[in-house]
Design a protein around this ligand. Structure first.
Ligand code: FAD
Length: 306
């Protein structure tokens, strides 16, 4: 077993370099919930070809793999992740503008992409400036806020298919809908995107971003670990309001709590475990269903062993 582990670690190092691989890496360090046990192998590629090679290696060795970005929509189990976590983040980050287009690598934080748009006097991406995810995660989830969503600004995305092909898909083929896309459905890896924005006034862009930042700070419990909205918005309702109306504001199991500031968020008050978050989510969904006949579905993605 140990020999096999060493062999896999050495093969991963050959692909991404020694400093691009970590063994038994606590996932609490890589999720905004600050929760999650160790990943057997944690790799940080810096090129598309490396991602392809890592996936090939995992397939050949029948080792499961998971793609993550900034871990801002993830709940990782307390027992960690068996297999390889491939983090597409800082080493694959960059955005540059050409005319009305913004070319963004998958690992770029949305705040950085929005800052690059602002620098180039491009408007349209302000809505995303406070979403703490990467472009890859945002494309997969069709992230959205304050009336905007990725679908509205995406012209095309480069994806890696499970067959190992890199293809460019125009937005019409990306199937972007409420918190989903073909990237999710077909298990594609997002590598980058071309966003089509409009020329605007830098002053107005800045004002809008500042205003949205203020609104977030006022309404969201940003001082605690969380994964944002824990549940999807059920059609015709708001998850946070249903939770509040069910009397669950501040409801707590261990260090996992329904935020008192925004009932749509489950927060980590310090040392919450994934098990506590799951128990809290189940109880919240049950109580809301009993009271209002609406079943809340998780927006947060679960990975690993619970
Ligand atoms: C405080 C807070 C506020 C938030 N506000 C919002 C909001 O206003 N609107 C909103 O939509 N979301 C919001 N979120 C949730 C989250 O930021 C978004 O869903 C974001 O798009 C996730 O990006 P990520 O890089 O963190 O992805 P991760 O959490 O790392 O992964 C999420 C999913 O995307 C997949 N994924 C990640 N990168 C790639 C890639 N390159 N290719 C293919 N799949 C990939 C993962 O496999 C996983 O299934 C918020 C979260 C927090 C903590």
């Amino acid at each position: 077993m140990e020999l096999y582990r060493e062999k896999l670690l050495s093969e991963l190092s050959e692909i991404v370099g020694k400093d691009g691989v970590l063994a038994d890496e606590p996932m609490s360090r890589h999720t905004t919930f600050r929760i999650g046990g160790p990943a057997d192998y944690f790799v940080m590629p810096s090129r598309n070809e490396e991602i392809l090679e890592i996936i090939r290696l995992c397939r050949r060795e029948s080792v499961p793999y998971y793609i993550i970005g900034n871990g801002s929509n993830l709940l990782v189990g307390d027992r960690g992740v068996r297999g390889v976590v491939i983090q597409i983040f800082r080493r694959m980050s960059g955005a540059h503008a050409e005319g009305e287009r913004l070319y963004v690598q998958a690992g770029t934080l949305l705040s950085k992409a929005a800052a690059a748009a602002y620098e180039a006097s491009l408007t349209g991406l302000e809505f995303a400036s406070g979403i703490p995810g990467t472009m890859g995660g945002a494309l997969r989830m069709n992230a959205g806020a304050y009336g905007g969503e990725m679908k509205m600004v995406t012209e095309s995305a480069d994806v890696l298919t499970p067959e190992g092909e890199i293809v460019t898909l125009p937005v019409a083929e990306l199937g972007m809908a409420y918190r989903t896309s073909v990237i999710a459905k077909n298990d594609y890896v997002a590598l980058g995107a071309v966003l089509h924005l409009q020329k605007g006034s830098r002053e107005e862009i800045k004002e809008k971003m500042d205003d949205l930042r203020r609104r977030r700070t006022e309404k969201q419990p940003l001082e605690y670990g969380s994964a944002g909205s824990t549940f999807k918005r059920p059609e015709g309702y708001f998850a946070g309001k249903l939770i509040d109306d069910a009397g669950l504001r501040g409801f707590r199991i261990g260090d996992a709590q329904v935020s008192e500031k925004h009932c749509g968020f489950v927060i980590n008050r310090g040392n919450a475990t994934a098990a506590e978050v799951v128990e809290l989510m189940n109880q919240v969904a049950d109580r809301v269903e009993e009271k209002f006949g609406v079943r809340l579905e998780p927006e947060v993605k679960r990975i690993g062993e619970f």
